[in-house]
Design a protein around this ligand. Structure first.
Ligand code: HDE
Length: 737
């Protein structure tokens, strides 16, 4: 037997001479010489003509000996791999992660989380879950948030979502969930949407889904940007420190730009006007240097406290309210580089929640345990090979030595004759690493139990946290959930399914049930017995286990009540003009917008140049047909009689303003522009007197008289932009946009 070694040893194979190494280097240099970039075949043979195939005469048949044509065609025919069975639609970015300090050392030996001098490269892939690879970005769905950390101790993958809980408790239900939510098997409809009978049929028969349903119906499911959403590891994981002591941990990503959403009407329109909306937003932000930043936070629970909550830490349908276990900030992730090649990187990246590094371990969360099997299995299906870890995007930054052998697409050229362990011919290499040389050691958890296909009773309460969520959000947020339920269940043809869902909602909150029922043709009797509508688990029984810590309100789940980050940074502002606009005002306000870190674009009927009052010109960035208010966070209509009069006659411009108003966006205008607003659905608002020095702000609509101070006007507009949406506009109900 081979003895364990404490000192790293050099393999005595391969036994190569030094001059051979330098030959290798020369060869590599020759390969990388790009001074003459001629088109070549895959074999490196230069090609002088690629527009025509080799034929017997210029009008004759193609010859099979045309190796260039055959190779080009074959490549094209195989330029696809099976898309991911879920999370097929995704967008990726490179960046790095850096911890703030070493304060987590007490809990974990993971160096990348505890050494503030280490910048760990990362690759992140954001995704939707249900839609195919070409589906729209803005559909109502959970967003995946998967991060690969290329650490000095190997790759660690945090494969999370933008919601902190999941639909099911046991991985054995995953196939059913995905079958139910994906397009129906007979018609392959609908695409990228849960709004159909099979999903709600499944949901209505699966009470454990209810907490997640609240999140999915909320605005979290329609993020404004990948850069403006939370990320969650969902499961309870385990940190392990140098001494081998474990601590339960939940991972949270917090975006530096705050959490913001689209409104549903906007999300649906964007799916048509720009199906790549979220992908483009991420790409453009990185290109412009608005690097997305996310702070990593953890919730830590000592092992001794495992049973101190009124829910089970191993149940992925539960959150740990932040009021019970506050977040501890760990470090910042910055995404600063777009992929060079979508396919090679974003498509071929292969995540796996079981890619762990020393200091981080799993728990017995059954959902997580199931994932540990599924991810490798699915990659083998995607890549038709077990060698996907050798692809550049998946390769660790540390040396890899093992005895893995052949198989499709084996890229590593193993050297020497030894590919087994134990060996003496290879000098005992690759050898076993001792713990103090960075070896991964599984947490020594004592596990005992009967083999049983059953679920712990501690997983039985399916309603309390759904109620907690409902009670913790604002009225506006509640209203959006009801609207979303009207859309989703409104598309369900079976009345029984709609009825069953109202039954569940009634157990969450009777008003919720009544409001949903009113929009989907279901009656909720006055003296409705909450338990009479379905054959659900008895709520009282599950509540019996409630002895542990709990809260009645958790502001952190609300996008409106949590610590709100108000910033104008990277927001998009449309400036609506026609000929005759006030050039000086535009320049001043535009500068203020840009100084606040936002981006302004000139929008007009057609592309080309527009003339200001005194003949100055600006170039139009976008024409009405190619854009829409839905692609901006705020709009500004500068003064200038000619411009305003022209805009007043343009249906597209009026629609632009009405729609921005309906979507709660900030709107600013001055002088003659106030006349224009009066012609739109904003007409009844409080405006500044057009001929005064006044600047007025009313529910995010900023107006200034023609003598007003431009700085004051711009400042008020930017303050409004920082709020992102002005939810208090009841008037929007009457907007015909
Ligand atoms: Fe996944 N999930 N998942 N999932 N998941 C996949 O792996 C699976 C779950 C998540 O950008 C698949 O490579 C099972 C929870 C993300 O490449 C597959 C179960 C969470 C991504 C798979 C879950 C996630 C995936 C499909 C229940 C949040 C995209 C393609 C037991 C914590 C990663 C692939 C990327 C992808 C299985 C539940 C997040 C089939 C069996 C909970 C972000 O392996």
């Amino acid at each position: 037997m081979q003895e364990k070694e404490n000192n790293p040893k050099k393999s005595n194979q391969p036994n190569r001479k030094v001059d051979e190494n330098s030959k290798d280097k020369q060869l590599e240099q020759f390969r990388n010489d790009n001074s003459e970039q001629y088109l070549t075949t895959d074999q490196g043979v230069r090609i002088n003509h690629t527009d025509d195939s080799l034929k017997a005469g210029s009008r004759g048949p193609t010859l099979l000996e045309d190796f260039h044509f055959r190779e080009k065609m074959t490549h094209f025919d195989h330029e696809s791999m099976p898309e991911r069975v879920v999370h097929a639609r995704g967008s990726g970015a490179h960046g790095y992660f850096q911890p703030y300090d070493d304060s987590l050392k007490e809990f974990t030996r993971a160096k990348f989380l505890t050494d503030p001098n280490t910048k760990t490269p990362v690759f992140v892939r954001f995704s939707t879950v249900v839609g195919s690879r070409g589906s729209a970005d803005t559909v109502r769905d959970v967003r995946g948030f998967a991060t690969k950390f290329y650490t000095e101790e190997g790759n660690y993958d945090l494969v999370g979502n933008n919601m902190p809980v999941f639909f099911i408790q046991d991985a054995n239900k995953f196939a059913d969930l995905v079958h139910a939510i994906k397009p129906m098997p007979d018609s392959e409809m609908p695409q990228a949407s849960a709004a159909h009978d099979t999903f709600w049929d499944f949901a209505s028969l699966m009470p454990e889904i209810n907490h997640m349903i609240m999140w999915v119906l909320s605005d979290r499911a329609i993020p404004r940007s990948f850069r403006m959403m939370d990320g969650f590891g969902v499961h309870t994981f385990r940190f392990v420190n140098e001494a081998g002591k474990g601590t339960f941990v939940k991972f949270h990503w917090k975006p530096k730009l705050g959490v913001h959403s689209l409104v549903w009407d906007e999300a649906q329109k964007l799916a048509g006007k720009d199906p790549d909306w979220l992908r483009r937003d991420l790409w453009e932000a990185i290109e412009m240097g608005d690097y997305p930043e996310f702070e990593l936070n953890v919730q830590l629970v000592p092992e001794e406290d495992e049973f101190k909550f009124d829910f089970d830490l191993l149940d992925a349908t539960k959150i740990i309210p932040e009021e019970l276990v506050p977040l501890k900030p760990v470090g910042m992730m910055t995404l600063n580089r777009n992929p060079d090649n979508f396919y090679a990187e974003t498509e071929q990246v292969a995540f796996h929640p079981g890619n762990l590094v020393p200091g981080i371990d799993v728990t017995n969360d059954t959902l997580l345990q199931g994932r540990l099997f599924s991810y490798i299995d699915t990659q083998i299906n995607r890549f038709s090979s077990a060698n996907f870890a050798e692809l550049p995007i998946n390769r660790p930054v540390v040396p890899v030595h093992n005895n893995q052998g052949a198989g499709f697409m084996r890229y590593t050229i193993g050297k020497g004759k030894v590919n087994y362990w134990p060996n003496s011919l290879g000098g005992g290499c690759p050898m076993m690493a001792p713990e103090n040389r960075g070896a991964y050691v599984h947490y020594m958890e004592k596990v005992e139990g009967h083999k049983i296909r059953a679920r712990s009773e501690s997983f039985n309460d399916h309603y309390s946290q759904a109620t907690l969520f409902w009670n913790s959000i604002t009225e506006v947020e509640q209203k959006h959930i009801v609207d979303a339920a009207h859309f989703e269940l409104g598309k369900v043809e079976s009345k029984e399914i709609r009825q069953r869902m109202v039954g569940h909602f009634s157990k969450i909150d009777i008003n919720l049930a009544r409001m949903v029922a009113a929009g989907i043709g279901i009656e909720v009797p006055e003296n409705f017995d909450q338990r009479s509508t379905g054959n659900f688990e008895d709520n009282e029984a599950s509540r019996k286990m409630k002895k542990g810590k709990s809260v009645d309100d958790t502001a952190f789940v609300s996008m409106e009540r949590r610590d709100k980050i108000e910033t104008a940074k990277s927001r998009k502002v449309a400036i609506l003009i026609e000929n005759g606009f006030d050039y000086n005002e535009v320049m001043q306000v535009k500068q203020a917008i840009e100084d606040a870190g936002a981006h302004a674009k000139i929008v007009s009927k057609y592309l080309g140049m527009r003339k200001g009052i005194n003949g100055e010109t600006v170039e139009v960035d976008k024409s009405h047909v190619s854009t829409g208010s839905i692609m901006y966070d705020a709009i500004y209509i500068p003064d200038g009689k000619g411009s305003i009069e022209a805009l007043m006659k343009e249906g597209d411009a009026l629609h632009f303003i009405n729609e921005a108003f309906k979507h709660h966006k900030s709107i600013a205008t001055s002088g003659n522009g106030i006349m224009l607003l009066q012609k739109t659905s904003i007409g009844g608002f409080v405006f500044a007197d057009p001929t005064s020095r006044d600047v007025k702000e009313h529910k995010g609509v900023v107006t200034a008289g023609n003598d007003a101070d431009a700085d004051e006007f711009a400042t008020k507009f930017i303050e409004a932009i920082k709020k992102h949406r002005h939810w208090n506009r009841e008037e929007k109900m009457s907007v015909p946009a």
